[in-house]
Design a binder for this molecule. Structure first.
Ligand code: T1G
Length: 690
């Protein structure tokens, strides 16, 4: 055994040289790992006894990509391209032995090898697009040569992690070896390759699949067209497509140059910076400074959900999907039957769940009309009507029914959880688990820490969130918590702007072009303008009243803020325009032309300011948590990093200056947060707040 460096060793096993990397947590291609690979290859090539070479990793995974923390830093250690040239140019067959996830630069290293073997649980992918990038180490030129153009386009623009079985089918790996026997399986495979004198397959030389696509530009045109909606606003998907076009139309080396040029443009741009920020922000959110990772957790093997409506049903599905039995409690049999039927329908409609899986999941669901059925649950989540008196009544009963140590959670989207907890004798067990609709789909989970919530309960819920596939963010008790509280700022300004002369479709267009999936007025037409509207009590006092009184209640009535054609396509409405105009004039004001810039700043800057207030009040741990909430729960475009990152990107002095101007013009609802003023005074930004 030769220790190449701190993260790499070289061994000879029979007549096979084995380079073993061990650089936790994910063997990312840091400078030491690149140096290790270069040194390992040199050792293997110099070792006359070695007829073949295996590259393998210890720990949880094969190389999971370039080391993202090194991006933007000085180039240190061996260059990845030189390492790949040493591997591909080797006179001895080099085999990549893959377990865990071979991703990005990791798969690109494997593609420079002559052969690849994997265990059944392994997955391979080029997810650089999720970081606003493209595979910058030859992956865009080698992958299409192995898996074909269409598959390469799909893999590179989705970032999907392809399971080993499919990798074998598409030629990405050459052999699957038994789980847990990767090393001996790979060494045996390498020995066989060398003994049989099999050719040193250089991916760069296999051109059939790219040549087959030459003269078929429709492949790319159709792919762009089919994915235009999914790629809207993002630069990286288009750049990935252009690289595959280069793989088809240019010789390998020239294609590599195209890849490097386009990679350079992306990595130096704001979108990738925002998306890389989001990658680490998501992982940072899981860390709670005063709840260390080794805080004891409460085993959660049985969950109760109160309320079988849309939210309750969706919440239950998360646990059923994770193999945890759920008991749903409703007040009436027909409501319970309706709730259970909706859950089954959701599974039957989902593209992912096979019939046998649906049955397995449904078998974990029990319905009841009796709260005492929840007595032995480890966690109970209340999802009843959003009224404090009802919530308190339910929690008082749960306190009497549930076993000691059970976690009592509320799905409230903004009520005071300390007040809810006050009706129990165990406020330390009370916590907020704020799911987002549809709860079985939306990734975000706002976990709300109340005054007495214990660290064990917090640690348990943070870990449980990961188990059910959610991105959890811990927030404090305040009206609307983090997400809805900030949404309130945007909604307020959107409603005020149309009372000053902006049209609803102007506001929606500006926010849509900014990158939100939909503007607030189109959203309310989709949800229905009459949510919470009572005809008998309506007196035409608000625009919404007037629209609802005219039966313009949204898409469902063919008209709302917008007019809708028979295919529910929206178009600006002269009726709404007239109603707005008359309303403004009646209020004694004159409609004015409102610029797109003012619309954007009036909608976005108060959100940033409110985020600063939330941090000032310690209702969020760090600015990036607020960004994780908005990117995973409210459609904030990830290539704009989230409201706090965007504030830094625009420059806090500008945000403050605008807020002060708005305050002077329109009042104290624009009063700058103390934190914003302090950071600007100190020449700092939110990213300086750790
Ligand atoms: N670089 C640096 N750190 C990384 C990393 C990476 N590539 N991947 C993960 N980490 C850290 C992460 O921050 C966390 O740290 C810990 O590892 C565990 O991660 C030239 C340009 C591999 C599927 O995009 O998708 O190659 O919080 O919590 O849920 O073409 O991590 O513990 O301090 O996510 O088990 C392409 C990114 C890079 C893969 C594991 N590769 N990673 O998931 O653990 S660009 C990627 C992941 C590139 C080349 C280009 C996941 C994972 P900490 P985790 P996990």
């Amino acid at each position: 055994m030769t220790e190449i460096n701190a993260v790499t060793r070289y061994d000879l096993e029979g007549d096979v040289g084995v380079i073993t990397l061990n650089s936790p947590p994910v063997n990312a291609l840091s400078a030491p790992v690149r140096d290790g690979l270069a040194g390992g290859m040199a050792a293997a090539l110099a070792d006359d006894k070695a007829k073949a070479v295996v590259i393998i990793c210890e720990g949880r995974t094969f190389i999971a990509g370039a080391d993202i923390t090194e991006f933007g830093g000085p180039q240190r250690g061996a260059s990845l391209f030189d390492v790949q040239d040493a591997i591909e140019g080797s006179t001895k067959p080099v085999i990549a032995a893959i377990h865990g996830t071979a991703l990005g630069g990791g798969l690109e290293v494997a593609l420079a090898c002559h052969y690849r073997v994997a265990v059944p649980s392994a997955r391979c992918g080029l997810p650089e697009v999720n970081l606003g990038l493209l595979p910058g180490a030859g992956g865009t030129q080698r992958l299409p040569r192995i898996v074909g153009v269409e598959k390469a386009l799909e893999m590179m623009t989705s970032g999907t992690h392809v399971p080993a079985k499919e990798c074998l089918a598409i030629g990405l790996v050459d052999e699957i070896v038994p789980e847990g026997e990767l090393r001996q399986g790979a060494v045996a495979f390498a020995h066989r390759i060398a003994a049989e004198g099999r050719p040193l397959k250089k991916v760069r030389e296999s051109n059939e699949k790219v040549e087959a696509a030459r003269g078929h530009p429709e492949i790319f045109a159709n792919f762009r067209k089919a994915n235009a909606r999914r790629f809207r606003g993002f630069l990286a998907p288009e750049y990935n497509i252009r690289c595959v076009e280069a793989a088809v139309n240019e010789p390998f080396e020239q294609g590599l140059q195209t890849e490097r040029r386009l990679f350079g443009e992306l990595i130096s741009g704001p979108q990738s910076a925002a998306q890389r920020y989001a990658f680490f922000a998501e992982r940072q959110a899981a860390k709670i400074p005063d709840v260390p990772d080794d805080t004891p957790v409460i085993p959660v093997n049985k969950v109760g959900v109160i309320g079988g409506g849309t939210m309750g049903g969706g919440i239950a599905m998360n646990f059923m999907n994770a193999g945890i039995p759920v008991t749903i409690v409703e007040v009436k049999q027909e409501a319970l039957d309706r709730g259970v039927a909706t859950i089954r329908r959701n599974y039957e409609r989902s593209r992912t769940a096979k019939p046998e899986e649906t049955e397995a999941r449904m078998s974990r669901l029990t319905g009841s009309l009796d709260l005492s059925a929840l007595a032995d649950c480890d966690l109970v989540i209340e999802a009843v009507f959003e009224r404090m008196d009802i919530k308190k009544e339910v929690f008082a009963k749960l306190d009497a029914i549930c076993k000691p140590g059970a976690i009592l959670a509320t799905n409230t989207s903004g009520l005071n959880i300390d007040e809810i907890a006050s009706v129990t004798k165990r406020p330390e067990a009370v916590i907020g688990l704020h799911f987002f609709s549809p709860a079985n789909v939306m990734k975000l989970l706002e976990i709300v820490r109340a005054d007495h919530t214990s660290k064990e309960v917090i640690a348990t819920c943070m870990k449980l969130a990961r188990r059910i596939g959610k991105i959890a963010v811990l927030v404090g008790v305040c009206p609307g918590f983090v997400g809805n509280r900030i949404l309130g700022q945007r909604q307020r300004e959107a409603n005020k702007l149309i009372m000053e002369g902006a049209m609803p479709w102007d506001v929606d267009r500006v926010l849509y072009d900014f990158g939100f999936p939909m503007g607030p007025f189109a959203m309310s037409d989709l949800a229905g303008l009459d949510i919470g509207w009572v005809k008998e009590r309506s007196k035409g006092e608000t625009i919404r009243d007037v629209l609802c009184e005219m039966d313009r209640r949204g898409q469902k009535t063919g008209a709302g803020w917008y007019d809708y054609d028979e295919n529910r396509n929206a178009k600006p409405s002269p009726v709404t325009e007239k109603i707005l105009h008359d309303f403004i004039v009646k209020s004694g004001a004159n409609p004015r032309k409102v610029s797109d810039e003012e619309i954007l700043e009036r909608c976005i800057y108060p959100m940033i300011n409110e985020g600063a207030k939330i941090l000032d009040e310690k209702k969020a741990i760090r600015p990036s948590d607020i960004d994780v909430v908005w990117e995973n729960g409210y459609g904030w475009p990830v290539y704009r990093g989230g409201p706090m990152w965007y504030g830094d990107h625009v420059g806090l002095p500008k945000v403050l200056e605008k807020m002060q101007a708005f305050q002077a013009q329109m009042g104290d609802q624009f009063k700058p947060a103390g934190l914003l003023e302090r950071l600007v005074a100190e020449g700092k930004s939110f990213s300086d707040l750790k």
